[in-house]
Design a protein around this ligand. Structure first.
Ligand SMILES: Nc1ncnc2c1ncn2[C@@H]1O[C@H](COP(=O)(O)OP(=O)(O)O)[C@@H](O)[C@H]1O
Ligand SMILES: [Mg+2]
Length: 241
């Protein structure tokens, strides 16, 4: 059996809120293997975004361990974590996080800037993704000139441009019309078929049902706790053996 690429071991993340400490995630354990399609499902406030941020090394647990590509987040500096994220993880944020004074094309290219690719190469790759996402006509526009669905698709292109091993998507279709949602979902499914690991957080039961036969594990969260775990599809790594 292959080793997990990302692992959470009894992770708790507390925040101090208006009414004292809140455990956004409590005693959360999960092993993610190469090629998995993991869904973190639960209502708003359940802790999905907190869990994704922890699994991506963007946040640190209050207690418990996060192991990212065999290294304990505890032993890693912010710089180390930034490097791992840059090289291995594409993150689609719930609220896009686009840079408003850069064009669509420039936003998509950002993650490639620290690499040694040529500008021609970067633009070609960005244009290819923008075409797939039906956004090529908007490449010179600014994010504020786009609809919510279009901005979300730009965020998807930006997450995919480095061809990351792991794609984390926080409510990637929540703001999208049906057609845009289809495009994004089929891109994620294709990436998974090509061997990428996907971790998707959603509050949308219909989306979970639709993805079901492609999902290796569904974690249901309620008030920070895992209340159920389902494995609709046998894990790829165990099937290969
Ligand atoms: N930075 C923060 N500061 C204080 N409380 C937070 C913070 N982030 C999340 N929380 C709280 O943690 C809980 C889980 O939030 P979140 O992970 O965003 O849930 P979800 O993504 O499932 O909607 C909520 O009660 C939320 O208010
Ligand atoms: Mg959220």
């Amino acid at each position: 059996m292959s080793e997990p690429i990302i692992e959470a071991i009894k992770v708790t993340r507390e925040f101090s809120g208006k009414r004292g400490r809140v455990k956004a995630i409590e005693n959360f354990s999960l092993k993610i293997y190469p090629g998995d399609f993991i869904v973190i499902y639960g209502p708003s406030g359940a802790g999905k975004t907190t869990a994704l941020n922890l699994l991506a090394g963007m946040d640190r647990p209050t207690s418990g361990e996060i192991i990212l590509f065999r290294r304990n987040v505890k032993d890693l500096s912010e710089e180390d974590l930034a490097k791992i994220r840059r090289e291995k993880i594409g993150f689609i944020f719930q609220f896009f996080n686009l840079i408003n004074n850069l064009t669509v094309l420039e936003n998509v290219i950002i993650p490639l800037l620290p690499t040694d690719r040529s500008e021609t190469d970067m633009i070609a790759r960005a244009e290819e993704l923008l075409s797939e996402l039906k956004l090529i006509g908007k490449k010179n526009r600014f994010p504020t000139e786009l609809s919510g669905g279009e901005q979300q698709r730009v965020a998807v292109a930006r997450a995919l441009i480095t061809d990351p091993e792991v794609i984390m998507a926080d409510e990637p279709v929540a703001q999208l019309d049906e057609k845009s949602a289809e495009i994004v979902i089929s891109l994620l499914l294709r990436a998974n078929r090509e061997g990428k690991t996907i971790i998707l957080a959603t509050a949308n039961q219909a989306l979970v049902n639709k993805l079901k036969q492609n999902i290796s594990k569904i974690i249901t969260l309620e008030r920070g706790k895992i209340v159920s775990e389902e494995t609709p599809k046998a894990r790829k790594h165990s099937k290969q053996k």
